[in-house]
Design a binder for this molecule. Structure first.
Ligand code: 2AM
Ligand code: CA
Ligand code: CA
Ligand code: CA
Length: 262
């Protein structure tokens, strides 16, 4: 199967997974706490991931799958093809709002992101990318990002920017927030990444994200010239939970050096 056929298959599975989620909204769901009362999972998160595991293993038995809910494979290396899947990114939004959540998938080959997807289920917006072939919004080529100034920028923030934490200097963050045009908070990392790659936000930062939150988004980011990394500006390690930053190329370095590293 070539990359274009793999892309068609992946898009088909993602759209069908989204249909199943939409149908599930009419039924009662089961909500379970994971690590804390704000860290929830529903039966729909789990059933959606199981759907991916079934579809991928039937079509491509040699491909492995890493999913947030743990129904895929245990991944300790990146040999061969690995699908990195977040079946519902923004579970709290899914539960409380029945919108503003995404399915996001990255398909990596030997550790290199080849295909990336962020599907906003309730609006039908699908951002997709094949490495080296550009990023698309429902089939329409996305332009590369134009440089922006801090003063004209909108940045995605979440509680980890403002609640005290040992990683960042809150006086610097307050200066940043005063300098930019505005801040927004959407509650789904993948949704916010999709907003950065389409220029609706100019940066997004979160304190503790995992491979499944960002794998698809990083492939898309490359195709539009958005820069991704972790605190210190280094590469995001897909085997670790760590801070994640995505930004317009004109903002990335200054954002990390002057505002985020304490
Ligand atoms: P999730 O909905 O797939 O869990 C805001 O909560 C964003 O941070 C979401 O994209 C969410 O992904 C992600 N996130 C990562 N780890 C989280 C955690 N422990 N609790 C809540 N959200 C988490
Ligand atoms: Ca979760
Ligand atoms: Ca997630
Ligand atoms: Ca999730």
């Amino acid at each position: 199967m070539n990359l274009s056929q793999l892309d068609t298959l992946a898009q088909d599975i993602i759209i069908r997974a989204g249909e199943r989620i939409k149908q599930s909204l009419h039924k009662e769901m089961t909500i379970t706490e994971k690590s804390s009362p704000s860290d929830l999972v529903t039966n729909i998160d789990m059933e959606t991931e199981q759907f991916f595991v079934k579809e991928v293993s039937e079509a491509l038995p040699e491909h492995r799958l890493l999913g947030e809910e743990g129904f895929g494979d245990t991944i300790t290396d990146w040999d061969g093809y690995v699908w990195i899947v977040d079946p519902i990114d923004g579970t709290t939004n899914f539960i409380n709002q029945q919108r503003n959540f995404c399915i996001t998938v990255g398909i990596y080959k030997d550790g290199v992101g080849e295909l990336g997807y962020i599907y906003q289920v309730m609006t039908g917006e699908l951002i997709s990318a094949i490495r080296g072939q550009g990023a698309y919004q429902n089939g329409v080529l996305l332009p590369r990002l134009k440089n922006v100034e801090f003063e004209d920028s909108l940045i995605g923030v979440n509680a980890s920017w403002v609640a005290p934490n040992r990683h960042i200097d809150h006086h610097q963050v307050a200066k940043l927030i005063k300098r930019v045009r505005g801040t927004r908070s959407y509650g789904s990392a993948a949704l916010e990444i999709s907003y950065v790659v389409t220029g609706r936000l100019d940066a997004y930062f979160s304190m503790r994200l995992s491979a499944w939150d960002v794998a698809g988004g990083m492939v898309i980011a490359n195709e539009v010239g958005a820069l991704c990394g972790t605190l210190g500006g280094g590469e995001f390690d897909l085997l670790k939970k760590q801070p994640f930053i995505i930004a317009n190329p004109a903002l990335f370095e200054e954002l990390v050096k002057d505002y985020l590293i304490s």
